[in-house]
Design a protein around this ligand. Structure first.
Ligand code: GH3
Ligand code: MG
Ligand code: MG
Ligand code: MG
Length: 318
């Protein structure tokens, strides 16, 4: 809802071309504890509404020179969808009353002998509805914020904070589809930490977790090109998707990843191949064909990773 926020100590703007009505309404409202401002037609009323931030409700006549009540409601709703407006008139045309309500008036009252009671009841009723609406708006905004946060969480890995397997599956499928449509190459990098079971055994699970976090962030930094993403694929495995990247480009990035992780210099006391944490990497690349899908590319990267492991670890294979 756009517009002013209605203050707790309500100031009501009374718009009527008849000075007698203005005085009478002013007296009724003030004796019930409301502050009152007045204007003598719609144009002056709009100006007063804009100039006075304390105004939290408007009671307007219908028949007035220059701008009548209906035109006033329409003009007001252009700038303020929430400000409560009550129309108080001698005009009993039902079509006009309905159009005024449809245009955004919150109530439509007839000037008669019960005016003193009816206006006070209407002010309370309209104010209550306004506050309920404000409350609903706050609840909905709060819910939308929480939903967004939940969605973000559902796509990120709890330990490392990088995207999770679910994100990889969705993002990978999407990029595959785009590469297929545009017939451009898509590359995949699968990463697995070497000898990680023995690292856990030697250094403990907590150190293992910290190592995973550091490796994850290092891999993410190595990637940093727009459109690429990396996810935690499984326990100590990561997978990166590189849109619009041919094999040689992906191999270069994989090599950067491998040396960046070595440069972390995380001591691995029981590694069979090095004095520190290393990774093995499998790379695959394809311009998607119509009758294939991402799983073929994953399989190829997996095979390359297996080969990197078989031929000594701490290396990149394709
Ligand atoms: P290889 O070089 O062949 O990859 O040997 P490896 O020991 O790394 O391979 P393996 O798959 O046998 O072991 C993976 C280990 O990763 C097993 C498990 O203890 C560890 N791991 C998986 N997820 C987590 C985790 O979230 N935290 C910690 N601390 N360790 C994990
Ligand atoms: Mg009038
Ligand atoms: Mg593994
Ligand atoms: Mg491993």
């Amino acid at each position: 809802m756009k517009g002013k926020v209605v203050p707790e100590n309500l100031k009501i703007l009374v718009i009527d071309d008849d000075p007698f009505v203005r005085a009478m309404l002013g007296e009724i409202l003030e004796s019930s504890g409301y502050a009152v401002a007045t204007a003598s037609d719609g144009t002056a009323g709009l100006r007063r509404y804009s100039d006075d931030p304390e105004i939290g409700m408007i009671i307007s006549d219908m028949n007035m020179p220059e701008m009548n009540g209906l035109a006033f409601v329409k003009a007001l709703r252009q700038k303020d969808t929430g400000m409560p407006v009550i129309i108080l008139t001698v005009n009993t045309e039902i079509e006009l009353a309905l159009e005024t309500i449809r245009s955004g008036a919150n109530d439509y009252l007839l000037k008669d002998e019960n005016i003193e009671d009816t206006i006070l009841i209407s002010v309370q009723k309209v104010l209550t509805m306004y506050r309920l609406e404000q409350q609903n708006i706050r609840l909905i905004e709060d819910l939308a914020r929480k939903n967004k946060e939940l969605e973000r969480l559902s796509f990120s890995d709890g330990l490392t904070g990088i995207p999770n397997r679910r994100y990889f599956d969705e993002g990978g499928k999407q990029e595959w589809g785009r590469a297929l449509r545009e017939q451009i190459p898509l590359s995949l990098i699968m990463i697995d930490i070497d000898d990680f079971k023995s690292y856990n055994d030697a250094c403990g699970h907590q150190m293992g977790d910290r190592c995973l976090q550091q490796v994850a962030h290092t891999l993410q930094r190595s990637l940093r090109r727009f459109g690429d993403f990396i996810a935690r694929y499984g326990g100590e495995e990561f997978a990166a998707v590189l849109p619009n990247t041919p094999l040689n480009g992906a191999l270069a990035i994989a090599e950067t990843m491998r040396s960046d992780v070595m440069a972390l210099n995380l001591s691995h006391p029981t590694s069979a191949i090095s004095d520190r944490i290393t990774i093995s990497i499998g790379v695959s690349s394809a311009v998607p064909a119509r009758n294939s899908d991402l799983s073929g590319l994953i399989q190829q990267a997996d095979q390359a990773l297996y080969q990197a492991k078989q031929t000594g670890r701490n290396q990149v294979a394709a």
